[in-house]
Design a protein around this ligand. Sequence first.
Ligand code: NAP
Length: 297
Amino acid sequence: MTGATGALGRLVAARLAGRDDVVIGSRAPEALPAGTPARRIDFDDPASLEEGFAGVDTLLLISAGYGEDDVVIARHGAAIEAAEKAGVSHIVYTGLSAAGDHLAYALAHRWTERRLREGTARWTILNNGLYAELLATLAPVVDGRITAPLGSGRLAAVAREDLADVAALVTAGAAAHAGRTYELVGEEAIGGAELAAALTGATGATVSYEPGTLAGAREAFTALGLASFQVPMLVSTYSSIANGFMDATGGDLRNLLGRAPRSALEVVVAGSREQGQGAWRPAPAARPFSRVRGDRS
Ligand SMILES: NC(=O)c1ccc[n+]([C@@H]2O[C@H](COP(=O)([O-])OP(=O)(O)OC[C@H]3O[C@@H](n4cnc5c(N)ncnc54)[C@H](OP(=O)(O)O)[C@@H]3O)[C@@H](O)[C@H]2O)c1
């Protein structure tokens, strides 16, 4: 597998650890837990791909999606080409749910899917829905209010742990999944109102939902000094949710897990409480959740 130090990759690596037929790949193999054979794999470094994919039969390709389209496409293209050259017979790819077509980062995922379908290796595409953990970050509580511009839209969020379970089990039994594209979205759609109610219930302190505007979000993100490609990524995420493109539930998650998915709402609530911060929190020292709980320090 690639990407083993990312938030998703770490979880997958933990599930594959201990197998004697697994090699874990990352740009930073030295940061990986000892015990499982590791290789340096950096999509930007062709030599690392040649060595990293040598002898590999099935590759789990974790998308490296933070960048402009040309950067991400070059990375994924290089990885797939190198895998084909190395004789990898099956590539499992972590992509983006079909519902995400209007997201600014969808194109690179669609390009990668097309490249896999046209390639020489067998493939399986895991079209991941947006993480519940991401929603916790996108809809922070500040001074008892959620002001993320989610309108009345909702997100069929999915727990990252469930996506890691699926990635590990599909990769370990890839032959049974050849040529399949799975839609891995959650089973409950969560919007600002649901999240505010759940946080109120969990904390006893009132959290309200007062949706802001996309323009306000764009200004706040820009003021934070994010990389320029990140601003449209985030704003398009709000817009896609707010306008009802991301709320379709169902898909293949339950079937592949063989059980009910984790509660995405519980994950979002836990994430909000843990981090008490968000991408467009106004003041660096703000502790939004503490404030909700009455701690003004
Ligand atoms: N579904 C969602 O809600 C959602 C949200 C955010 C992102 N994503 C996508 O899903 C991927 C995994 O999510 P995450 O939460 O684990 O993101 P993350 O914690 O930011 O991890 C970034 C991932 O990209 C890999 N990467 C970056 N540059 C690379 C390069 N040059 N060569 C090889 N790998 C590279 C990293 O691997 P290393 O171990 O080598 O550093 C790591 O696995 C992201 O990269 C992004 O494409 C999905």
